[in-house]
Ligand binder design. Sequence first.
Ligand SMILES: Nc1ncnc2c1ncn2[C@@H]1O[C@H](COP(=O)(O)OP(=O)(O)OP(=O)(O)O)[C@@H](O)[C@H]1O
Ligand SMILES: O=P(O)(O)OC[C@H]1O[C@H](OP(=O)(O)OP(=O)(O)O)[C@H](O)[C@@H]1O
Ligand SMILES: [Mg+2]
Length: 291
Amino acid sequence: MENLLKLGVPKGSLENATVELFKKAGWQISISSRSYFPGIDDKEIKCSLIRPQEMGKYVERGTIDVGIAGRDWIRENDSDVVEVCEMVYSKVSRRPARWVLVVNGDSKIKGPEDLNGATISTELVGFTKRYFAERNISVNVEFSWGATEAKVVEGLCDAIVEVTETGSTIKANGLRIVTELMESVPVMVANKASWEDPWKREKIQQIATLLQSALRAEGMVGLKMNAPQDKVAAITAVIPSLKSPTVANHYNSDWVSIESIMPEQEVRRIVPELIKLGAEGIVEYSLNKII
Ligand SMILES: Nc1ncnc2c1ncn2[C@@H]1O[C@H](COP(=O)(O)OP(=O)(O)OP(=O)(O)O)[C@@H](O)[C@H]1O
Ligand SMILES: O=P(O)(O)OC[C@H]1O[C@H](OP(=O)(O)OP(=O)(O)O)[C@H](O)[C@@H]1O
Ligand SMILES: [Mg+2]
């Protein structure tokens, strides 16, 4: 049988961000409007769109070999899978999503303990029940099919446990965060048997490495400059780097080239210093991947 890896792509909030990340990592995934089987420009991979809430189940059963979903849902379903790696991204940002306890802006509730006897609406029922049970707070947890924020506004419940990223939905509905219950980031999870298959494991690791290196490269840049030999010590002392800056000799000259990788934000801080220290021909360039 030919080698084929079945990959679950999360449908919903993480869908576009995941496709974008694969693109940066070197794979073009193409999703057509009604098909649940996106195309990918790698004949060794077959993609399926799967809701993150169900990803763990299908990976555990081996229906798919590997999938990406929020760790929140992998934990909620207590899926028996191998966590290959985590990747910090959300729908629009590069921050973890946060599950928060939320009430109306004018509510008197100050902490979870004020919710004794209350009704809480959420998609994440198991986690929410455990959270309150561990604190000996007796609450009625109701499953919500979505649009959860509206339920607390309409008075259908006393509080909600909902996922937030930018906070704009909470703000737009005049709600208030009481406390944060957990953070969640996307994880890559593999089926246990697939992970023991040498070909599949290598393919999974190839994908994980390239996705992570694409994420690592975001916000990082390369900086290169020329400098007289006698300024190298002073210049390299102010340059951030992954390990240490590279210094290469110029042919038949007492000048050198200095090169380093650093967070983009550092550049505006150090460039004036570099100029004062005698650096010339400073070039900044973007990076696709840091492996
Ligand atoms: N801004 C976000 N909103 C919701 N979920 C997010 C966000 N960013 C990341 N996630 C993660 O996405 C997963 C939820 O996916 P899901 O597709 O169910 O979200 P959703 O908001 O219900 O999507 P949909 O737009 O299809 O309703 C969770 O693992 C969650 O942690
Ligand atoms: O903190 P924010 O950045 O505002 O993000 C949080 C919102 O995003 C998600 O909803 P989504 O847009 O997926 O709509 P849905 O209610 O249809 O799931 C989530 O369920 C929140 O409502
Ligand atoms: Mg939602």
